[in-house]
Design a protein around this ligand. Structure first.
Ligand code: NAD
Length: 479
């Protein structure tokens, strides 16, 4: 059986204790590979490799770093088909989606930071009248840690490791144990691209073991983490007393706010995607749909009609939704659907598992629409992270704002209205790191990316990530 090994110091290696865990493909429920179940010893050897590679890599010219990263981007594109199929096998997402979004975006992340690193500059302050100039050195931190989740596996992995190495750091990275396949395949690409051994080390294993050892390692000075809010809390509790630099991208419960004056057809098309793309397993999905009461019935009828027509099935086919990532996650999402009914909700579409012929043990769920006006109930407060949305009516702008902001999270928000003044007022008042107006998941990689409240601390994207992965040092010269 296929064994996914660690990639340390430029080589694939068995885990120190020769421990392995099974990997399941969500489409069929079958075990398709074994994954290195690493522990502290593996983190230690990855750290040793990263630590010895640091001096050379941090002194490598920007042009050379950029050239290698562009090569990585090209090779991801060259192997796009294989990577897309691996991503789908691991995650359950449709192959077409991985081929259209995940893999091109992973390549774009390396390409973007290959260019960004050559444009990144630091500040200088001329203290006029004092014959003094201050300038800021932005130096790489050293060995840094990157931990990523299962929903957009290579896409979010590359979103962290690309700026980390671009800034001159060396890395110990841990992909999600649920979807490690593409990060495993990346090892070969790094070698082919000529990335020096030890610059990027990929250690697999479960969070409480390999992940925890990474966060606890005293030599790893910064951690960039994307994952659940509960895990983020644990991680911060370990890292904060060690005074590590932390970037946390956590969960969301994003509002999709629809005013009566919106472009209805455009809103409807995008709302289908913002609700159910990637089986609703995108941290930016708009899981709470707030609809102005004057168009509530029209919205409900049209939305449910279109959701009823969405297809769920074998991810290798042209389906709208593939499989949910794991059996545990499917159970969690089903639990929330049950809870919604207990909380007074009405299931308008879906709510049931799907048996796909030939894939009877796969983890499939119909896209689910629930009418649940009580915005303070658990289903409207907690992150479900599946193909489930709730419909909540509102009358006024103020009411919409109260509902939108009335959750512990603050990652993104979407607004649908043709009233520019209202959009500006709402954009300023929404408690979110990202606001989309008459669009969704429209990304420019230069913009700051991240959330407020329990959705995280810090920002990724553009120069923000290069700032995170460097330590500023001010030098003051009097002449
Ligand atoms: P998770 O928190 O369970 O796991 C994320 C990563 O953390 C995995 O690699 C896991 O192994 C590791 N981990 C777990 N426990 C750890 C520990 N004690 N120490 C160190 N590492 C540990 O999250 P998940 O279930 O993989 O992903 C889903 C979550 O991620 C959702 O909440 C979603 O909203 C969030 N997410 C956020 C963003 C964002 O940009 N804000 C993007 C994607 C996903």
């Amino acid at each position: 059986m296929l064994r996914l090994k660690n990639y340390i110091n430029g080589n694939y290696q068995d885990p120190a204790d020769n421990n392995w865990m099974d990997l399941t493909t969500p489409a069929s429920g079958d075990i398709y590979a074994q994954l290195a179940k690493s522990n502290q010893a593996d983190i230690e050897s990855a750290y040793a490799a990263a630590s010895s590679a640091f001096k050379q890599w941090s002194e490598t010219t920007l042009e050379e770093r950029s050239r290698i990263m562009l090569k990585i981007a090209d090779l991801i594109e060259k192997h796009a088909e294989e990577l897309a199929s691996a991503e789908s096998k691991d995650n359950g997402k449709p192959v077409w989606l991985a081929a259209a979004v995940d893999i091109p975006r992973a390549s774009a992340n390396f390409r973007f930071y290959a260019h960004a690193l050559t444009q990144f500059a630091s500040e200088s302050h001329n203290s006029t009248g004092k014959n003094t100039i201050n300038f800021t050195l932005r130096q790489p931190i050293g060995v840094v840690g990157c931990i990523s989740p299962w929903n957009l596996p290579l896409y979010l992995f590359s979103w962290k490791v690309a700026p980390a190495i671009a800034a001159g750091n060396t890395v110990v990275a841990k992909p999600s144990e649920v979807t490690p396949y593409t990060a495993y395949l990346l090892g070969d690409i790094l070698t082919q691209a000529g990335l020096p051994a030890g610059v990027l080390n990929i250690v697999h294993g479960i969070g409480p073991e390999a992940g925890q050892a990474l966060v606890e390692h005293p030599g790893i000075r910064a951690i960039s983490f994307t994952g659940g809010t509960q895990t983020g809390k644990l991680l911060a509790a370990t890292a904060a007393p060690m005074f590590k630099k932390l970037s946390l991208e956590l969960g969301g419960k994003n509002p999709n706010i629809i005013f009566a004056d919106c472009n209805f057809e455009r809103m409807m098309q995008v709302t289908l995607r913002s609700s159910f793309a990637n089986q609703g397993q995108i941290c930016l999905c708009g899981s709470r749909i707030l609809i102005q009461r004057t168009i509530y019935d029209r919205f409900k009828e049209e939305f449910v009609k279109r959701v009823d027509k969405m297809t769920v099935g074998n991810p290798e086919e042209q389906v709208d939704l593939g499989a949910i990532v794991s059996k545990d996650h499917l159970q969690k999402v089903l639990g929330y659907i049950e809870l919604a009914v207990e909380e007074g909700g009405t299931v308008l579409s879906g709510g049931i598992q799907v048996i796909v012929p030939g894939f009877e043990n796969g983890f499939y769920l119909r896209p689910t629409v629930i009418e649940l006006p009580d915005d303070r109930c658990r289903v409207n407060q907690e992150e479900i992270f599946g193909p489930v949305v709730t419909l909540i009516p509102f009358d006024t702008e103020g009411e919409a704002l109260n509902i939108a902001n009335g959750v512990p999270y603050g990652l993104s928000a979407t607004l649908w209205s043709r009233d520019l003044d209202r959009c500006m007022r709402m954009s300023k008042a929404l408690e979110a790191g990202i606001v989309w107006v008459n669009t969704w998941l429209n990304r420019d990689l230069r913009t700051p990316f991240g959330g407020v409240k329990q959705s995280g601390v810090g920002r990724e994207g553009g120069f923000e990530a290069l700032r995170f992965f460097t330590e500023p040092k001010n030098v003051c010269i009097e002449y």
